[in-house]
Ligand binder design. Sequence first.
Ligand SMILES: O=C(O)CCC(=O)C(=O)O
Ligand SMILES: [Fe+2]
Length: 201
Amino acid sequence: MELFSNQETSQNLLPYDGEVLYYGILLDTLESEKFFTDLLQKIEWYHDKAIVNGQEIETKRKVAWYGSREFSYTYSGVTRIATPWIEELLALKQLIELYTDSMYNSCLLNLYHNGEEGMAWHSDGETDLLENGSIACLSLGATRKFVFKHKQTSEKREFDLLNGSLIEMKGVTQKHWLHQIATTKKILTPRISLTFRQMKV
Ligand SMILES: O=C(O)CCC(=O)C(=O)O
Ligand SMILES: [Fe+2]
C-alpha cells in the first residue's frame, strides 16, 4: 500500500457543478485480489430491494452496510442497521482517509456478480448524509463504467473504475449530477465497490 497522501495528483473529472476526484490506483493487483477474496467471504452480503414499475423486487446485485455506530439506512421502505466494522474495512477506511483527507463513519458495499448487474441513475443526497460531504469509492475486481449525467444540461462524463482505484465525489456533485454503473454483457467477472460515507451524527 502506498501510505502517503496523493491529493496533489488528483484531478476533477467534472467540468462544473461539483467535484469528482480521481486518485488513481492505491492497491496493486495482489493486494486488490486479497481484499476482494476476504471481503467476499467475510462481509454479510444481502440482496437489496428496489421499486421497479411500482413492484418491489430484489436486486441481483448484493449490498452490505457497515459503520462506526448503529446507523440506520432506509431505502425503498426497508431499514437496515449498520454492522460494526471488520478489520479489512477499517484498514481500507484508514488508507482512503489519508488520500482524501476526509473522515468516514460508514460504508455501503456493492457486489456486482457480472456486467449484467449495475446501478440505475441516482444521486446520493440522502438526508442522513452530511450535506455536501464526501463519498469515497474504492473499486475491486472487474473494470466498470461510471457515468455522470448533469440534471439540467444532460451533459455526460464517463470513467473507467479500475481494480484498486479510488474516486471521490464531493461538494455539490450530488445536487447537480446523477450517476450510474452502466450494464454490459461483455463483463463476466465480479466487482466489489466500497463507498465510504459521512453520516450525520
Ligand atoms: O459501485 C460503485 O462504484 C458506485 C455505487 C454507487 O453509486 C452507490 O453505492 O451509491
Ligand atoms: Fe451512488
